[in-house]
Design a protein around this ligand. Structure first.
Ligand code: 4FV
Length: 254
């Protein structure tokens, strides 16, 4: 998968995308990331890329021409590339949307700055607007990195085993079950015995129950979207009846 990132700050992408899993995926050629400096497409002798808003008001607006040329420079190589604009006005980013985007071979990510882009950029060039959350950033770059990270790890070969993406939180709209590793007992807090039982069906049941419990406590809104089996519904009733102890005989903290 290829990402062409249109930005005024290409250096912001150097380290975050070079470390760890994404860095290896880039080395393996599974994903390609290219940053394109919008300023390079300004024909203005001072390479101006922003201007004051018509009608007055705060801040500056990104000019349409440099962005248009930058997008068309990519489209001249691949006319079918989809262009995404990261903006608070966009569709809320989600695991589901990440999964959909991970099927695309090539994406342009437009990172806004200042008060945003001239409206004609939207009208003429943007296929999809995506927001990473209801708050205002200084620029779309961090949002683009979030999107690249969440999408890339769903591409086969990026994560150690593709199975791990299937066990993600939100994979089927449930939060992930509690994870434990050594030591067994930390300051009197023990690892649930079932996890050491070797009984895989009992472990799977415990994990399912914990995922349901956690989701019903922390994100009940997700339960409505989760495709719950009949067994899940029975487990949920048990959970809502609320009678479970932890393995040190202590009442469950959560
Ligand atoms: C944003 C978000 C975001 C708005 C003004 C950039 C900033 C500045 N992008 N999800 N939330 N963008 O706050 O994607 O141009």
């Amino acid at each position: 998968m290829r990402f062409d990132i249109l930005t005024l700050f290409p250096d912001m992408f150097s380290s975050p995308l070079r470390g760890s899993i994404l860095g290896k995926a880039i080395e393996k050629g599974i994903i390609q990331i290219r940053t394109i400096n919008i300023r390079d497409f300004s024909l203005d002798k001072h390479q101006v890329v922003d201007d004051s808003p018509y009608g007055g008001g705060q801040g500056m607006v990104m000019k349409v021409e440099p962005i248009a040329r930058a997008i068309e420079s990519v489209k001249s190589q691949n006319p079918s590339v989809r262009t995404i604009y990261l903006t608070p006005q966009g569709k809320p980013f989600s695991q589901d949307l990440a999964r959909k985007l991970s099927t695309q071979p090539h994406l342009i990510l437009l990172c806004g700055r200042y008060e945003g882009v001239d409206e004609r950029v939207r009208e003429l060039f943007i296929d999809e607007e995506i927001s990473i959350g209801d708050y205002v950033l200084t620029g779309g770059e961090l949002a683009a990195m979030v999107l690249i990270d969440a999408v890339s790890r769903l591409i086969p070969g990026v994560l150690g085993s593709d199975r791990s993406a299937e066990e993600d939180s939100f994979f089927n709209f449930l939060l992930e079950y509690p994870q434990y590793t050594r030591p067994f007992d930390f300051r009197g807090r023990c690892v649930p015995e079932v996890l050491l039982s070797g009984n895989h069906s009992a472990i799977a049941l415990w994990r399912r129950k914990e995922a349901l419990k956690r989701t019903s406590l922390k994100r009940p809104d997700l339960l409505a979207k989760a495709n719950l089996s009949e067994e899940d519904k029975t487990l949920l009733e048990e959970i809502l009846r609320g009678n479970s102890m932890d393995d040190c005989g202590l009442p469950n903290r959560d």
